[in-house]
Design a protein around this ligand. Structure first.
Ligand code: ADP
Ligand code: ASP
Ligand code: MG
Length: 815
């Protein structure tokens, strides 16, 4: 014999019930079955609402009641042939009338005791099981119905009654000994006290009903049919990557369900565990899926962590004070108070001295608990020996569960460092003596991030999800997105990095998709987005609170450079090609670096100097390994190099600058390049990264540009001025020719002094042959004395800059 329980969604409507009937009909061909059914999905909640409304004098309980009636009548009509409907419909109406009388009673009396509440809630299962049993009889004549209140006897702890197994087992065995039917249908969740009053087994209790019957009858299997493919490695509604667990021990399943895996009501395990009856969790909507098999079989060589579960709406109550030290029995008194108030303690930690005890309970119990505890310790509180209890609401418990965890070292370290890296603050920690679970209390707002990072770390072969928020999708941004789109699969398969772009924004629009933007149509999606709003963008990024969030600034905008600190402070990494922040006041640059360290949020800006060339990374490595940079000589402007390499007898200075702009080598405002400011910012950043303190105005900038050109306020006027001053540029070119040298815009730092200027470079100099838009940097250090460390290559262009930004993102992925 097998006992099969079908949950609320499995019997939510006629269509689903037909799937269940199919499953039952097939299985009944081979063996006897007991079918336990829950109330239709949401009906228990509706009954609860209706009864609370009635007791509060709110007449709208009648609307809810009508809805409940309609739901059941409609289902019955769909499942039963018209010719047989009338007596069944009247029966359902009679049940609903009875329910109405009770609700009217609550309304008139203005009260709802737990005892009455149990009777009202029992109607959900009474209705569903009656309709189900009648529908089953249509095909299976030798099936019948049995009211569980006649089989399961409990104490009078209404709301969550305790089963009297001695009487219950006997009743169940007596009934089935004389029952010949192939299938017996039984309502879940409801029971009766010894003196015949309705009780319930607690919310989610239909699973328990099935387990009680399976245990009593020594069934060969208990099957829990629900709406997911088994017990998952984490709640599949919160963690998309969660997977069903094929095999799990009773103890592990019990821990997971105790810590919130709702798929199984925690007390369910006990009656079957004693008899060694396996539990199979199956999906009504995907019956071919394997499901989860719960038994006492030892599973060797499996992941030591079986699953991660969580309970939300938790309150932590801390009781502490010098008066508790060494005084035995404080904790006994605390737990007695809570037990008297019927408050379930989910989590406990205690310092060894008993100086402080911390317990986790449901938010709903917090007010009562606080008052009861403060009353119980009134005397000690008045004498200042104990502080009034500290109450922290809206927390969440997360727990790692696994039988084999005790045999593996470092799991808790891994758990807490994973959380720490993601800035998830841990309020309390507990580890079961069985070492089957490690649990932590965190803030409710962090729960999604915490579960997903932990899941990633323990179950996804170390795949790391990176969530990008990209601001600025011009030339470089566009290339960056194309590169991500193209490399996404490779990164996932080879580097185990799952890159997702969550937000895109240009100056007009912004678009967010928490599940990751479909990059093949990003342009279209961005067009459909809302109006760009910097403040809102920041608020959204913070609100989403996704793990490994990275803000990518691909603008040249000063106001954007000012938002980095908001992100860093929230453990959101910043990757930027915008030089303004790092070239701003030294104190600001230092502050950002400090925040990055303090909040464990990378701040990377490799593309600030030399586009995609690994220049900043190299300086960092030199400094970190103890070298000292003494001198830097560099050509750092790809655009100026392009300009001076192409400026000759055949091309005017004006035309060459125009061409550089057209090819995307200059800044949006070309004066930034031509004035030397851009180069000054770059050398400043290298100087600072080398460990020196310097401000931008300490760098001598000997401009080769006529002042009039630099004073223009629009690009148009600027280009016009280049034409007007053609002879000035011509003269510079002729001077270079006469000196048999080439023009290069050089940045130099030596002995604490820096300057940028246009120079005549002779043939034997390493800069002479610098082609196209290339950059070159020479680092003279304590270790590179005569022969400097030289880095050379393309130093401007959308594609190389994009790949430099990409490299920074990957660096974060590899941390
Ligand atoms: P039923 O009505 O069938 O009893 P429940 O809603 O009580 O179903 O339980 C199934 C639900 O439990 C799933 O839909 C899922 O949202 C939730 N759940 C939470 N944690 C887990 C987990 N670890 N594995 C599977 N389901 C889980
Ligand atoms: N119907 C009850 C509830 O919603 C019992 C169950 O579904 O298991 O809690
Ligand atoms: Mg359930």
């Amino acid at each position: 014999m097998k006992v099969l329980k079908f949950g609320g969604t499995s019997v939510a409507n006629a269509q689903n019930i037909k799937l269940v009937l199919n499953i039952v009909n097939k299985k009944a061909a081979n063996e006897k079955l007991v079918i336990v059914v829950s109330a239709l999905s949401k009906v228990t909640d509706m009954l609860l609402i209706a009864s609370k409304k009635a007791a509060a004098g709110d007449e709208s309980f009648k609307v809810t009641l009508t809805e409940i009636e309609k739901k059941h009548l409609e289902i019955l009509k769909e499942l039963i042939p018209v010719s047989e409907q009338s007596s069944l419909l009247s029966h359902v109406k009679r049940i609903v009338n009875h329910l109405e009388t009770l609700l009217d009673g609550c309304y008139l009396l203005g009260e709802l005791s737990l005892r009455t509440s149990d009777t009202i809630l029992s109607f959900g299962e009474l209705l569903s099981s009656y309709i189900f049993a009648e529908a089953l009889k249509q095909n299976l004549k030798n099936s019948s119905y049995k009211d569980s209140r006649e089989l399961i006897k409990t104490n009078s702890n209404f709301g969550k009654a305790a089963v009297n197994f001695e009487i219950t087992n006997e009743l169940i065995n007596d009934f089935f000994a004389s029952n010949e039917d192939q299938v017996v249908v039984i309502p879940g969740f409801i029971a009766a006290s010894i003196d015949g009053i309705n009780t319930t087994l607690g919310r989610g209790g239909s699973d328990y009903t099935a387990a009680i019957i399976a245990g009593a009858l020594h069934a060969n299997e208990l099957q829990i049919w629900t709406d997911v493919n088994g017990m998952f490695t984490a709640n599949p509604k919160v963690v998309k990557q969660a997977q069903p667990i094929a095999f799990i021990s009773y103890q592990e399943a019990m821990e997971l369900s105790h810590f919130g895996a709702k798929v199984l009501y925690p007390p369910t395990i006990q009656p079957v565990l004693r008899k060694n009856i396996p539990i199979l969790i199956k999906n009504t909507f995907e019956p071919e899926a394997e499901g989860t098999y719960i038994s006492n079989q030892e599973m060797a060589n499996t992941n030591p962590v079986k699953g991660i579960s969580h309970i939300d709406k938790i309150t932590l109550i801390t009781l502490e004070g010098s008066g508790m030290i060494g005084v035995s029995g404080s904790s006994k008194r605390l737990f007695e108070v809570l037990s008297t108030q019927n408050i379930n303690v989910i989590f406990i930690t205690q310092a060894s001295s008993e100086h402080s005890i911390c317990i986790g309970i449901l938010n709903a119990d917090a007010a009562v608990a606080e008052e009861a505890i403060n009353n119980a310790f009134e005397v000690e509180i008045a004498q200042n020996k104990i502080d009034p209890c500290i109450v922290e609401r809206n927390l969440c418990i997360i727990a790692l569960v696994g039988e084999n965890m005790k045999n593996h070292q470092g799991l808790s370290g891994r758990m807490f460092s994973t959380l720490g890296k993601n800035n998830v603050n841990i309020r309390a920690i507990a580890q079961g003596a069985s070492e089957r679970n490690i649990s932590a209390v965190i803030n409710e707002k962090d729960v999604k991030k915490a579960l997903n990072t932990l899941h990633e770390n323990f179950f996804e072969e170390n795949t790391k999800q990176l969530n990008l928020f990209v601001m600025g999708v011009g030339n470089v941004g566009e290339k960056f997105i194309e590169q991500i789109h193209q490399q996404k699969k490779f990164l996932k398969e080879n580097l185990k990095i799952n890159l997702r772009v969550i937000a895109l924004s240009n100056s007009k629009k912004m678009y967010f998709d928490e599940e990751g933007i479909a990059l093949k149509e990003w342009q279209f999606l961005l067009e459909t987005g809302e109006a760009a709003d910097k403040e809102k963008f920041i608020a959204n990024v913070i609100e989403l609170n996704l793990r490994n969030s990275i803000f990518v600034d691909i603008t040249a905008n000063e106001s954007i450079s000012k938002v980095y600190e908001h992100f860093l402070k929230r453990n959101i990494a910043v990757v930027t090609c915008n030089k303004i922040a790092c070239a701003s006041e030294y104190d600001n640059y230092k502050k950002l670096k400090k925040l990055s360290q303090q909040f464990n949020a990378p701040f990377l800006f490799e593309t600030n100097v030399g586009a995609g060339l690994p220049i900043i990374d190299t300086v960092k490595n030199l400094v970190a390994s103890g070298d000292k940079v003494n001198k830097i000589q560099a050509v750092l402007s790809g655009s100026l190099n392009f300009i001076f390499n192409n400026f000759d007898e055949n091309n005017t200075f004006h035309d060459v600058v125009k061409e550089a702009g057209a090819q995307g080598f200059t800044e949006p405002d070309p004066k930034i390049d031509l004035s030397g400011i851009d180069v000054a910012r770059k050398i400043l950043i290298l100087i600072r990264e080398s460990g020196y303190k310097m401000e931008i105005d300490e760098i001598t900038n000997e401009s080769f540009m006529p002042a009039e050109c630099l004073e223009t306020t629009t690009n148009e006027a600027f280009f016009e001025s280049l034409k007007e001053h053609a002879s000035h540029f011509e003269a510079i070119y002729q001077e270079a020719l006469s000196k048999d040298s080439r023009l290069k815009y050089v940045a130099q730092f030596e002995n604490g002094v820096a300057n940028v200027s246009l120079r005549f470079i002779p043939k034997d100099h390493p800069f002479y042959n610098l082609e196209g838009k290339d950059n070159i940097v020479l680092f003279f250090t304590d270790r590179y004395i005569d022969q400097p460390l030289l880095i050379k290559g393309a130093g401007a262009g959308a594609a190389v800059t994009a790949s430099g930004i990409f490299a920074d993102v990957i660096r974060i992925g590899n941390i």
